[in-house]
Design a protein. Structure first.
Ligand code: ADP
Ligand code: MG
Length: 322
């Protein structure tokens, strides 16, 4: 293929990748043949998701290769988490302007660190020449009927969110404005934590779930559409990190929490009578969760202030920069 990095260089890169990969026992054949062979457990559903990161669009150009590697896998694992799936395998399509072994080594440092933590095996991929772009496909497993979907929210459900909101958006804003950068916020942008344990724990309690990639309001709107319901969110209850509180005033903070992208937290709905059970399961999964709203009749998301007045986001969703 004409877009393949030329011969030896491509083989060298693939060899570097292959040498560092650890295969799970259920990888019958990993990197090296025309395709991988994977042992899917009998009776499980295979869960598949794919996400692409483009330089300058999905991460600032100055992002360290190791952070790009981490994030490329993390955003994909976040999709599996939102389905309540257990991650197992992934494939990696790398497009880069020239064969750069040093860059690939750095990229793998972050990518394989997260893969090892979550017991995910890299089983194949493709390596081509082009603008810097990384596509990852993840494969996970879930028992039939136990996946968390967007279409199950019911009127009266509580709306919950994990972790804190707006940190990544805040880091992006500091980077764009050339403002002093907060290291914690930048870490939240560069190294999101996929909420896998929480996703797995929610199977018995959540009616609907989504991961927040484009911003809370935009992503909750997807749940509303899929479930045929409305959601009322209490803006004052959205969880904020100490770093976000310290660096942005209330208006700016709320806009980032409601509209900033790249949080990769889970937003889910669950019946009100399961409140204690949700808290118990979340604690077991070592993940903080906060109740931020209610599923209501109607359609779309409305955000309200503490006094019940409608709150208007200056930015309802994440706009790609660049
Ligand atoms: P083919 O010409 O059959 O597509 P390639 O030369 O593209 O073969 O790939 C050779 C082997 O290396 C395959 O097993 C493929 O899955 C793997 N591979 C190629 N690029 C990557 C990558 N970026 N990450 C992981 N595995 C890769
Ligand atoms: Mg190929």
């Amino acid at each position: 293929m004409t877009d393949t990095l030329h011969g030896a260089a491509e083989f060298d890169l693939i060899a570097r990748i292959r040498a560092r990969v650890a295969n799970r026992d259920d990888v019958v054949l990993g990197i090296g043949d025309d395709a991988a062979l994977l042992q899917v457990p009998v009776g499980q559903h295979l869960v598949v998701a794919m996400d692409t990161l483009n330089a300058g669009v999905h991460f600032p150009e100055d992002t360290a290769p190791a952070d790009i590697g981490w994030k490329a896998l993390a955003v994909n694992l976040s999709d599996l988490a939102a389905m309540g799936a257990e991650p197992a395998w992934c494939t990696l399509s790398l497009s880069m302007p020239q064969s750069d072994a040093g860059w690939v080594d750095g990229f793998l440092d972050g990518f394989l660190e997260l893969a090892a933590q979550r017991r995910v095996s890299l089983v194949g991929g493709d390596t081509t020449r082009g603008p810097l772009s990384i596509s990852v496909t993840v494969h996970g497993l879930v028992a039939p009927g136990r996946a968390l979907r967007r279409d199950g929210a019911r009127v009266g459900d509580d709306v919950w969110v994990s972790g804190t909101l707006g940190d990544a958006g805040a880091a992006l804003q500091q980077w764009r404005d050339g403002a002093p950068r907060d290291a914690f916020l930048r870490q939240r942008l560069d190294r999101p934590t996929p909420r896998i344990a929480l996703g797995l724990a929610l199977a018995d309690v959540a009616n609907a779930c989504i991961d927040i990639s484009d911003g809370l309001l935009a992503d909750v709107a997807h749940v509303c559409r899929a479930s045929g319901v409305g959601v009322s969110l209490r803006v004052g209850d959205l969880p904020a990190s100490p770093a976000l509180r310290a660096t942005f005033d209330e208006d700016a903070r709320r806009a980032l929490q409601a509209g900033g992208g790249d949080d990769y937290e889970l937003c889910f709905t669950a019946p009100g009578e399961l409140r204690d059970e949700v808290q118990r399961l979340a604690a077991q999964a070592d993940t903080a969760v906060t109740r931020i709203g209610t599923v209501i009749e109607g359609q779309g998301v409305q955000a309200v202030d503490a006094d019940g007045a409608v709150w208007n986001a200056s930015r309802a969703g994440y706009e790609h920069f660049g």
